[in-house]
Design a protein around this ligand. Structure first.
Ligand code: ADP
Length: 440
């Protein structure tokens, strides 16, 4: 399996080079969390694409050659869980909260709808299982097992991925005004996100759909990266990769301009967008389509500077179609000013020059010059006052809302809008009735 090959060639992070502390820098935390070896394999995907559960491996000697084989165990039925409310709507099915009927453990059940797929089991789900099996990090959501539900016959109808359950996703948090954040939350979640990204990039895996709703947070303040359906193993020799990845608002310029030989830096752009979003409590660059998105990027991040023009001509096939006619029409880079605008008043002072500097460097147009996760973890922003809380248990997670995900937040918003529309309609009707009445 490509993933395990990548993991075998794990690169240990170099030790952080000590920097000269500046006046307001307190002290640096230990270097990024060490890369841990992959989890013991609890599921296997056979070459035919079937998923088997190898937990408690029944190792049996099956022949006289003294070779040890593991017999696959049948997958458990989803009815071992009590299904509770829906918490998410994914591309390939819905996500529910569930509780193990025996242990009471709460889980998230992601249903992979195999019926709508022409070719059987969706490839994204196979990829997600393969990659999650190989990853083991405190900032990566953990896949516990796979279960199935059967039709009246014994044919599996649906397959469910069973995950540890996290009470929030970042979009849910940011879109819920009752949840009051502090700068400790933003700093710690930025650091945790970068730690997870550093781990996957060191293991030569790219996520390709980092966005606020794919970042889960639990009541202990831990942030975990979810939705690995578009992730893949990656190396610098790869010739051609699909460009149809990353949700529009988080998509870097190289993808929008048709580059199919991209690097792990595509994820770093998304990280920059997400950190900016935490400060603003809403999306940073929100184009309605690809053209508008690109326009917005250039208006804020400027057009590529003269020293990068050769690079851009070479690497971004669609640049030639949009290159401004003359130097005067090139936009300047104003991201530093933009980042200070549209901030909630109570949070404006949190966007310090060092926070701006970090986001600025994550959103450099030229991916070769964009900050990588390792160096981003060393950014001064984390070590100025207030110092980053690398231990999430130090965060105050006593939020007014005990659980919320994007799907629930949107549903609530839709309900409120529908109620408001209904009330406005009734008011209009009342006004019409009053106007129609003759004065006595
Ligand atoms: P898809 O890959 O189909 O887009 P996701 O994995 O992104 O599905 O899940 C959709 C939503 O479900 C997420 O945005 C999140 O709100 C919720 N969700 C996913 N996994 C979990 C989990 N482990 N715990 C709690 N909620 C989750």
């Amino acid at each position: 399996m490509a993933t395990s090959t990548a993991l075998q060639t794990m690169v240990q992070p170099q030790h952080a080079k000590p920097k000269q502390p500046s006046n307001n820098i307190i002290k640096r935390p230990p270097p990024p969390p060490p890369i841990t070896p992959p989890q013991s394999q609890s599921h296997s995907l056979t070459t035919s694409g079937t998923i088997t559960n190898n937990n408690n491996k029944r190792q049996k000697k099956l022949n006289n050659n003294n070779k040890v084989f593991s017999l696959p165990e049948p997958l458990r039925d989803v009815r071992v869980f009590e299904k509770r409310g829906q918490v998410g709507q994914g591309t390939y099915g819905s996500v529910f909260m569930g509780a193990d009927l025996k242990t009471g453990n709460v889980v998230a059940l992601k249903r992979i709808n195999t019926e709508q797929e022409e070719n059987g089991f969706p490839i994204t789900a196979i990829r997600e299982v393969k990659i999650l099996k190989a990853l083991n990090h405190k900032n990566v959501v953990s896949l516990k097992e796979i279960v199935t539900s059967k039709d009246s016959g014994e044919i599996p109808k649906n397959v469910f991925m069973v995950f540890e359950y996290l009470e929030y996703d970042l979009t849910g948090i940011l879109e819920t005004p009752e949840i009051k954040l502090t700068q400790h939350h933003i700093k710690s979640w930025s650091y945790q996100l970068l730690s997870g990204v550093h781990y996957m990039h060191t293991n030569k895996i790219i996520h390709r759909d980092l966005k606020a709703s794919n970042l889960l947070v639990n009541r202990k303040g831990e942030l975990k990266i979810a939705d690995w359906g578009l992730a893949r193993s990656w190396n610098t020799d790869m010739k051609k990769l699909t460009k149809k990845v990353i949700t529009l608002w988080y998509r870097p310029p190289e993808l929008l301009l048709g580059c199919d030989k991209y690097t792990d830096k595509i994820d770093m752009w998304s990280v920059g967008c997400i950190i900016a979003e935490m400060f603003r409590r809403s999306g940073f660059l929100r184009g309605r389509d690809e053209t508008a998105q690109l326009d917005m990027i250039f208006k804020v991040c400027g057009h590529p500077p003269p020293e990068d023009l050769d690079y851009v001509h070479q690497k971004w096939p669609n640049w030639k179609n949009i290159v401004p006619e003359n130097k005067q029409k090139f936009f300047p880079r104003i991201i530093q000013q933009e980042l200070k605008m549209h901030l909630p008043i109570s949070q404006a002072s949190w966007m310090t020059p060092k926070a701006i500097d970090l986001i600025d460097k994550l959103m450099i147009l030229n991916p070769d010059k964009r900050l990588d996760a390792y160096h981003a973890l060393e950014a001064d922003y984390f070590f100025e006052n207030p110092f980053v809380k690398t231990d999430p248990s130090e965060l105050n997670m006593n939020f007014a809302v005990t659980s919320v995900h994007e799907w629930e937040a949107r549903k609530k918003h839709e309900r409120i809008m529908a109620m408001r529309a209904q009330a406005a309609k009734q008011q209009q009707q009342q006004n019409n009735n009053t106007a129609g009445r003759r004065p006595p």
